[in-house]
Design a binder for this molecule. Structure first.
Ligand SMILES: [Zn+2]
Length: 146
């Protein structure tokens, strides 16, 4: 297992342990993790803290040159909100744990020149499959579905 995806999975588990959606993310710059996060919608009653957004928030304000030399790891395919942040800051490469339980805006990201790698990792899939089965309403709220 890639050490950075493992760090993102650790974040996802941390969210699950605290009653949250098990999605985690890390921002990596030149081989070092500069931001870690996980979905905080349940924990913080937040409308915007998906795993990727939480990792970007944890990294804090950065110059464009840092984002453009970074890789974002996320356990699940990024939704339209998180993909918007990726495009806004010009993050050039995204590594995705899995995209079977939810397929985000990968086509848009690719179209805009973002390099995407999907690991199709079974741990990431199991975390989501079990969570969605147990808490379908929480999950639907997370992705803006009625
Ligand atoms: Zn998102």
């Amino acid at each position: 297992m890639d050490e950075f995806m493992q760090a993102a999975i650790d974040q996802a588990r941390r969210s699950l342990d605290n009653g949250g959606v098990p999605i985690g993310s890390v921002l990596v710059h030149q081989g070092e993790i500069i931001g870690r996060g996980h979905n905080q919608r349940q924990q913080k009653g937040s409308a915007i803290l998906h795993g990727e957004m939480d990792a970007l928030e944890d990294a804090g304000r950065l110059s464009a040159s840092i984002y453009r030399d970074s890789v974002l790891y996320t356990t699940l395919s990024p939704c339209s909100m998180c993909s918007g942040a990726i495009l806004l800051y010009g993050i050039p490469r995204i590594v995705i744990g899995e995209n079977r339980t939810f397929l985000g805006e990968e086509a848009l990201l690719r179209e805009r020149g973002v390099e995407i790698e999907v690991l199709d990792d079974s741990t990431c899939r199991e975390l989501m499959t079990q969570f969605i089965a147990a808490y379908p309403d929480v999950w639907n709220e997370d992705i803006g579905e009625p």
